[in-house]
Design a protein around this ligand. Structure first.
Ligand SMILES: NS(=O)(=O)N=C1NCCCN1
Ligand SMILES: [Zn+2]
Length: 263
C-alpha cells in the first residue's frame, strides 16, 4: 500500500538511535510531556475515528517494529477532529517497546516511561494523494499515540499477537485482515495532548501533528513478551538480535507548546 514506505523504513538500522542530520531539527519527536506546562486549548475538538476493518491488509516485520498496514487508496479508515483541520487517512499502525516492562515508550508523561507505545499513522488526504507526498509536508501527517501498561490481557490485541510468530524475522509478511484498530484505543479519547513534531524513525520529517492519549490501554505481560520474541534480523543473518528497545531518544522541546484538550 502507499504507506508501506519500504524505501523509507529500509534505511533503518535497529541499533539506529543517534540523531541523524535533520534539516532545521527544532520540531523533533519524541518529547517528555510536562503535564503542568501543557496549555488547555478549549478550541480542541473531540477526536473522530472512522476505521473500516475491511481495509486491513497485512502485518510485516520491517526490521524496526511490526506494522499492520491498511489500504489507504480511498478514505475508508480516517481520523478527523481533535486539533486537525483536515481529514487524515490511516495507513498503518505499529508499536515501540523495551526489553523489560520498565521502559519502552517514546513519549513520557513527566518523565514517566511506559512499557510500550502504539502509533496509528495517518496522512492528510484532503491535501495530498500519497503518503510519500504528505510525509514531506508541514501538515502532512497525524500520529495517534497510545501508552501501553502491563495488566489484564487485551482481547482485541490477541489476534495480532497470534500472528507475530509468522513474522519473526525482518522482511517477513503475512496476510492480516479484518482487524479493527479502534479496539486498541482507550475508552476515553476526548482527553489528549497535542503538539507539532516529527516522525521518530527515518525520514524524521517534521510533518506530524502528534495526538497523545491521556488514558492508556492494558496488555498482559505475556502479550508484551511475544513482541520481544520478534527479531531485528532477517532469517539469513548468522547472529539473531531480539527486537527490543526500538524507541528513539527524547528530543529537545525547543520552545514548543504542548496543548491539552482537558484541564
Ligand atoms: N514512529 S513514527 O513517528 O510513526 N515514524 C514513522 N516513520 C516512517 C513511517 C511511519 N512512521
Ligand atoms: Zn512509531
Amino acid at each position: 500500500t502507499a504507506c508501506s514506505s519500504k524505501y523509507v523504513l529500509s534505511q533503518m538500522h535497529p541499533m539506529w538511535q543517534g540523531p541523524l542530520a535533520v534539516p532545521g531539527g527544532d520540531r523533533q519527536s519524541p518529547i517528555d510531556i510536562v503535564v503542568r506546562k501543557s496549555v488547555l486549548d478549549t478550541q480542541l475538538k473531540p477526536l473522530v475515528t472512522d476505521y473500516d476493518p475491511k481495509t486491513c491488509q497485512q502485518i510485516w516485520n520491517n526490521g524496526y517494529s511490526f506494522l499492520v498496514e491498511y489500504d489507504d487508496t480511498s478514505d475508508k479508515s480516517t481520523l478527523k477532529g481533535g486539533p486537525l483541520q483536515d481529514k487524515f487517512r490511516l495507513c498503518q499502525f505499529h508499536f515501540h517497546w523495551g526489553e523489560n516492562n520498565a521502559w519502552g515508550s517514546e513519549h513520557t508523561l513527566d518523565r514517566r516511561l511506559f512499557p510500550a507505545e502504539l502509533h496509528l499513522v495517518h496522512w492528510n488526504s484532503d491535501k495530498y494523494s500519497l503518503f510519500e507526498e504528505a510525509v514531506m509536508e508541514e501538515n502532512g501527517l497525524a500520529v495517534l499515540g497510545v501508552f501501553l501498561k502491563v495488566g489484564k490481557r487485551h482481547e482485541g490485541l490477541q489476534k495480532l499477537v497470534d500472528a507475530l510468530p509468522a513474522i519473526r524475522h525482518k522482511d517477513s509478511v503475512v496476510e492480516f485482515t479484518r482487524f479493527d484498530p479502534a479496539c486498541l484505543l482507550p475508552t476515553n479519547t476526548d482527553d489528549y495532548w497535542t503538539y507539532h513534531g516529527s516522525l521518530t524513525t527515518p525520514p524524521l520529517t517534521e510533518s506530524v501533528s502528534w495526538i497523545i492519549m491521556k488514558q492508556h490501554i492494558e496488555v498482559s505481560h505475556d502479550q508484551l513478551a511475544v513482541f520481544r520474541s520478534l527479531l531485528f534480523t532477517s532469517a539469513e543473518e548468522e547472529v539473531q538480535k531480539s527486537m527490543v528497545n526500538n524507541f528513539r531518544v527524547q528530543q529537545p522541546l525547543r520552545g514548543r507548546t504542548v496543548r491539552s484538550s482537558f484541564s
